[in-house]
Design a protein around this ligand. Structure first.
Ligand code: 5RP
Length: 267
């Protein structure tokens, strides 16, 4: 049975999801909508499925992994794999969860091991909206009390010892090959057949270049397919959301946009 705290977190996720879908799902039928992974996205898909069918019946929903594909199918929503998005077309809005969001809207993602597909969908969306609960709010990324697991890094399996050493050289204080869990002996294998390293770095101090520079350095290691830093700034944009919705402990929803925080009233 869910504890009171688990119930609080779940209703925060649900409220944030409902509000984000209400505010950002297009008011005329979109061609393509991106759907991320994780537990919060379940509420996003529930909210989308409750919209008038005229807004969803012709839409192709692009999942970011096995979990979101099954979720969409269970709601009888049409799916399209990201590689079938026609050239020149873009996704109207992509919704996704996050593990940690800083005050500049940079995120750590990949707690559910779907970061590569999440990023390839986010960067092809006209608007990327993050939906999360109050535990994900941070001032700077890699804050141990917010997200102690570090930055997920997806690697080609044969490269993991080499990438581990390189991440340590870059300043990681701990690098763990993510285990498969109770039902899988050996490492976690991503939807792309790769391994995941969780690299704990000291808290990334505030400053426009810090996240971008670390992201570029990690991506530069041979064997790295993608990492879970979704960022933007003067050196380029790689999936930083336009806006993030957080369900709060008191039953309200707070919204972090480019202009800062906005508190929405309680439901
Ligand atoms: O990046 C992700 C999966 O790779 C998820 O979006 C992230 O882990 C948040 O998950 P949840 O909504 O369950 O808290």
């Amino acid at each position: 049975m869910a504890t009171a705290n688990e119930k609080l977190i779940n209703s925060a996720k649900q409220l944030a999801a409902q509000t984000a879908v209400r505010d950002h799902y297009p008011k005329s039928p979109p061609n393509y909508i991106g759907v991320g992974s994780g537990s919060t996205i379940v509420h996003v898909v529930d909210s989308i499925a409750k919209l008038d069918s005229s807004l969803t019946a012709t839409t192709k929903f692009i999942p970011t992994g096995f979990q979101s594909k099954q979720l969409l199918l269970s709601h009888n929503l049409q799916i399209l794999d990201i590689d079938l998005l026609p050239a020149g077309e873009s996704i109207s809005v992509a919704f996704d969860g996050a593990d940690e969001v800083d005050s500049q809207l940079n995120c750590i993602k990949g707690g559910g091991a779907c970061l590569f597909q999440e990023k390839i969908v986010a960067v092809q969306a006209q608007k990327f909206v993050v939906v999360a609960d109050f535990r994900k709010v941070s001032t700077t990324l890699c804050t141990p009390t917010t997200w102690p697991s570090g930055i997920p890094v997806e690697v080609v399996p044969s490269s993991y010892p080499y990438v581990t050493a390189k991440l340590t050289k870059l300043g990681a204080t701990n690098v763990v090959l993510r285990p498969g869990g109770k039902a899988k002996a050996g490492p976690c294998v991503t939807d792309n057949g790769n391994f995941l390293l969780d690299a704990v770095f000291p808290t990334l101090l505030e400053g426009e270049d810090i996240v971008q520079d670390l992201a570029a350095a990690i991506k530069g290691i041979v064997g790295v397919v993608e990492h879970g830093l979704f960022y933007g700034g003067s050196k380029g944009w790689q999936g930083r959301p336009e806006i993030a919705y957080f369900g709060m402990e008191d039953g309200s929803v707070n919204m972090l946009g480019k202009e800062g925080w906005v508190a929405l009233s309680k439901a």
